[in-house]
Ligand binder design. Structure first.
Ligand code: FES
Length: 135
């Protein structure tokens, strides 16, 4: 079982060596979002096949270790997923990827890639529901 210190180390290492870093051009989804509390940002790009399956993920961002590590984990989580399933990703799903209990303001850091996905899919209502669930 991992300790909180282990998770902190994992987060720092993931942020230092992120997965799927670099934007896809062209991309089927190309959207950038920021955290209004700090200005940190995540730019997410996806390639989606005709069956609606996410086949490639690329991203770039700037910000705290949690937002960047979360986007790295999130990008790998999206690979091979259908867009329908991606729309149903919850706040808890993303926080599980991080594996460490987070205070609300840090949850906003971790949820930045989900914000980029949902608002990139024009799912404003879905993102508002995620935001309302932050505790
Ligand atoms: Fe800005 Fe974490 S402090 S996203």
């Amino acid at each position: 079982m991992f300790s909180a210190d282990d998770y902190r180390t994992i987060i720092l290492e993931e942020a230092r060596s992120p997965q799927h870093y670099g934007l896809l051009k062209p991309a089927d989804l190309d959207h950038e979002e920021h955290n209004p509390l700090c200005g940190d940002q995540v730019h997410l790009t996806l390639r989606i096949d005709p069956d609606g399956i996410i086949r490639e993920v690329g991203w770039e961002g700037a910000g705290c270790a949690i937002s960047q590590a979360s986007t790295s984990f999130f990008s790998d989580h999206l690979l091979g997923m259908s867009l329908d399933d991606a729309r149903r990703i919850t706040r808890e799903d993303v926080l599980d990827l991080i594996g460490l209990p987070l205070m609300p303001n840090r949850q906003r850091c971790a949820l930045l890639p989900l914000k980029a996905l949902l608002l990139g899919l024009r799912d404003t209502h879905g993102w508002e529901q995620v935001e309302d669930s932050i505790e």
